[in-house]
Design a protein around this ligand. Structure first.
Ligand code: HPA
Length: 245
């Protein structure tokens, strides 16, 4: 039996497909995490954690990423599957596409981004050359290949600070840097998971083109409308993926 954490992003606050769940709160050295839903599925234990808290009250730059990852670690998770909503920058990253990213560029600042704040722990400099678990990435790709979704099995995620969306010039800079996707929530989450020794990968849903890439403005209402129409299918993809882990 594996213990698999699932971190839900925007639009993904509950998990009816899990059936009966046990709702847990965890006290960590970094703060309390409420509303983790625990369930058993196909012989695995699933821990569903809504990244932005109950009712999406916490914006991306204020999420307590350390407490979230520590709580999953304390509950025995070895694998974490994250869901992130993004804007598309790469040519093939049109709205509606699913992407399993393989690289990250971190543009965030001022976030609590490490468990290794002092030098008391020897492992202060983790390897992050390949930021994602290839095991989980391949499981996601296998699930997507049998689904109706258009998907890409690699891409570079540029993580911006938010909560505002980007300027057109910022999106051009990200594109020049090699980013295919832009979002606000993958970092420091991915790095913290690596610091705790967790297998971690992300499934990204492209909800809009990056700012300035088409004539229309990027509006959060349009992003959420497209996302909401896909969320039940996204929840299904993630649960199917846990079977391959
Ligand atoms: N920028 C940043 N984060 C996002 C976007 C975007 O265009 N779309 C969804 N999350």
């Amino acid at each position: 039996m594996k213990t698999i954490g699932i971190i839900g992003g925007s639009g993904f606050y509950n998990y009816p497909e899990l059936g009966e769940t046990n709702v847990i709160s965890v006290d960590t050295a970094y703060g309390k995490v409420n509303a983790i839903a625990e369930a058993s599925l196909n012989g695995n234990k699933i821990l569903f954690l809504p990244r932005h808290g109950e009712g999406h009250k916490t914006p991306p730059h204020k999420v307590n990423y350390r407490a979230n990852i520590e709580a999953l670690h304390q509950l025995g998770a070895t694998h974490v599957l994250a869901f992130n909503v993004v804007g598309g920058i790469g040519e093939k990253c049109a709205p509606g596409t699913m992407v399993v990213p393989d690289q990250i560029i971190d543009y965030t600042y001022g976030r609590e981004h490490t468990f290794f704040d002092g030098f008391e722990n020897e492992l202060a400099h983790i390897d992050f050359g390949e930021p994602f678990s290839e095991e989980i990435r391949q499981a996601l790709i296998k699930t997507l290949s049998g689904s109706e979704f258009e998907y890409l099995n690699q891409g570079t995620y540029g993580c911006t600070q938010g909560p505002r969306l980007e300027s057109a010039a910022e999106i051009r800079k990200l594109r020049n840097d090699g980013c295919d996707l832009v979002g606000m929530t993958l970092m420091p989450e991915a790095a913290l998971a690596r610091e705790k020794g967790l297998q971690y990968a992300s499934l990204c849903f492209v909800a809009n083109w990056g700012a300035g890439m088409e004539n229309e403005k990027v509006l959060i209402d349009n992003i959420l409308a497209l996302l909401n129409s896909f969320v039940p299918k996204i929840r299904e993809i993630i649960l199917k993926t846990t079977r391959f882990l």
